[in-house]
Design a protein around this ligand. Sequence first.
Ligand code: NIG
Ligand code: ZN
Length: 412
Amino acid sequence: MTDLQFVVHGAAEVAAVSDADDAGPAAGLETIADGAVAVVDGEIAAVGETATVTRDYPPENAATAIDAAGKTVQPGFVDPHTHAVFAGDRSDEFEAKLRGKSYQEIMAEGGGILRTVRATREADTETLLANLLDHLDLMLAHGSTTVEVKSGYGLDTETELRMLEVIDRANERHPIDLVATYMGAHAVPEDRDTDEYVDEVVDEQLPAVADQGVAEFCDVFCEEDVFDVAQSRRILEAGRERGLSPKAHAEEFVHLGGTQLAADVGATSADHLLNATSDDVRALIDAGTVPVLLPGTAFGLRTEYADARGMLEAGAPVALATDFNPNCHSHSMGFATTLACVGMRMTPAEALIGATRNAAAAIDRPNGPGRLEVGGPADLCVLDAPSHVHVPYSFGVNRVETVVKDGEVVHG
Ligand SMILES: N=CN[C@@H](CCC(=O)O)C(=O)O
Ligand SMILES: [Zn+2]
């Protein structure tokens, strides 16, 4: 006996995302007018026109039914790049940047990441957990149902482990599925030699993280005046030997070679890519490494955006993320899609695919979240808007009305 858990019906549009049968950046998106979705035992049992779906799955038999007249049903967003565990407030740096200070100048003065490191080390674990849960509540309200979270504001074994423990505990009690990334190589701690710190990451932090089994990925900030390509390679290879899949922050401020490195080490994703070249993009495609673009970061720093169009036209599965962190204070994947469209000339359909299915690929979830298809997990949003286009179109407004995780209403 199966339980009809949830039916949403009469939707102006169901934006069904699945694997792409054809080539093309938005392939795999099917929009169904007067659509419906039925969920049985946490899995999507039917997607299609309301008349067809409700014949087999009558809403009156469902534990929960939503009449979605005038509304859109789409997959829950997958946010594959955040730094959401931290303490402290850097809103004054936002003002300093508006007055003309650069991110690197702030960092060189001991602000930026290192300032958040000081605040995070001083914060107790319960405070870090409460902060993360607050951020996750906002992300859920904006339609994210799976979120990657990095450590990297500890930069010592004890605090890095505490951050990862906080992610693990939040994952236990929050509806959002969390994916943990260890990023001890997010910055070089104050008054430390970089090579010595890389030794610590490789010989002390990584083994401790791997022993605890609290992270799936290992990330590194491969950037001028942070970790160079050789240091980044050492860390990512050491992580891989200990079972952590590589990721890299690459070509954010200068072109250093982090993208080629990500491809070389078989990274799951290479992120930022503001200064990546077409050869870099080719290397990512050949290696099966997903490019993750973070348009909120470029927007907040008032820099050029990454070349999303060039990547899409080369055939890359461009993913989008918020990059939520104290320097990029947006919890909203919807806003990321607006910036992707307006700032990077992606279409709303490409942005939806980038924020769902491609984003799931960027955290190595190729068959689960970020899709709305029969047999997939019932993670979806109902938008108070008549089509998926209204998400990027309605900038500054959250169109997410209801969020469903595993067939249960968890928001709205
Ligand atoms: N660029 C490096 N790391 C973060 C910023 C972290 C911070 O400034 O606190 C990012 O991906 O944007
Ligand atoms: Zn980042």
